[in-house]
Design a binder for this molecule. Structure first.
Ligand code: ZN
Length: 98
């Protein structure tokens, strides 16, 4: 039914529950068969979760998402740990100073 490209294209809509039941079932079915897509979905689901949690606590600095994606794109890069601001050097002089 759905192939990898099609599945990945619907990734965001799937995670945001914007798809019809029929499409969701097709994607879930594909994920069960395809570890690559499953990993991609799992990964993005977690990324969305982290970002939404960070957004609740702090204002999202512009470019943070790009930084996150950069880090995730290169597994050899050091990860952000629990402090995403550690990776945004240009933003370290915030108004709070802390
Ligand atoms: Zn696939």
């Amino acid at each position: 039914m759905a192939d990898c490209n099609e599945t990945l294209r619907e990734l965001d809509a799937f995670l945001d529950s914007e798809l019809s039941e029929e499409t969701r079932v097709a994607i879930r079915f594909h994920l069960e068969e395809c570890p690559d897509c499953f990993q991609a979905f799992d990964f993005h689901a977690e990324l969305k979760l982290v970002v939404s949690q960070k957004c609740k606590n702090d204002e999202m600095p512009p470019g943070l998402l790009a930084k996150l994606q950069q880090c995730f794109g290169d597994p050899d890069e050091p990860t952000l740990g629990d402090d995403p601001f550690a990776a945004t050097d240009e933003l370290d002089a915030g108004p709070d100073g802390a």
